[in-house]
Design a protein. Structure first.
Length: 163
């Protein structure tokens, strides 16, 4: 079990002025459990803030008020069925708490089932099937010109290398 923090503070400048985003800290809580052939893990993150992005322009300061309130978490589990074969699943959940949680644009839920085969000590192959509900994380809006669908399925396959 543990906790880490996402810390942000940003100042910058450009040809037309400067900007400032004030300091902020967001804790992230996590845990994992391993015993024998079983692995389980999870994470929880909640963040919210009211701050202003200030642009110092030649014509004078321009303030952009910004507010967000998000909550996200995931839980995952896998089991090694055979020495070279592992099956698993995870569920991740993201919510923008500023809007109605019934609108797909304010949440994203991803259920995944997967299988992994260890070819040898260095190479593995993995297949994942994702069942995504909600569009809050903006999955490639540029390639969905007719608008994002509130539900999507995705099949992913990869070959990985460990050293």
């Amino acid at each position: 079990m543990g906790v880490s923090a996402i810390v942000s503070n940003l100042d910058g400048s450009g040809a037309n002025g400067t900007f400032h985003i004030p300091y902020g800290t967001q804790p992230v809580f996590y845990a994992k459990f391993e015993k024998g052939k079983l692995f389980a893990g999870g994470e929880y993150k909640r963040g919210g803030n009211l701050f202003a992005v200030t642009l110092a322009l030649p014509s004078g300061p321009f303030v952009i008020p910004t507010r967000y309130d998000m909550q996200s978490w995931y839980a995952m589990m896998s089991y090694r069925v055979l020495p070279k074969l592992q099956v698993g699943s995870y569920y991740s959940h993201y919510t923008n708490r500023l809007g109605p949680n019934t609108l797909p644009a304010n949440y994203s839920k991803d259920l995944d089932i997967s299988g992994r085969y260890d070819i040898n000590n260095y190479f593995y192959a993995k297949v994942e099937e994702h069942f995504v509900h909600g569009t809050a994380l903006s999955y490639y809006p540029g390639t969905n010109l007719a608008g994002e669908k509130p539900r999507a399925n995705l099949l992913a396959a990869k070959v990985g290398f460990n050293f």
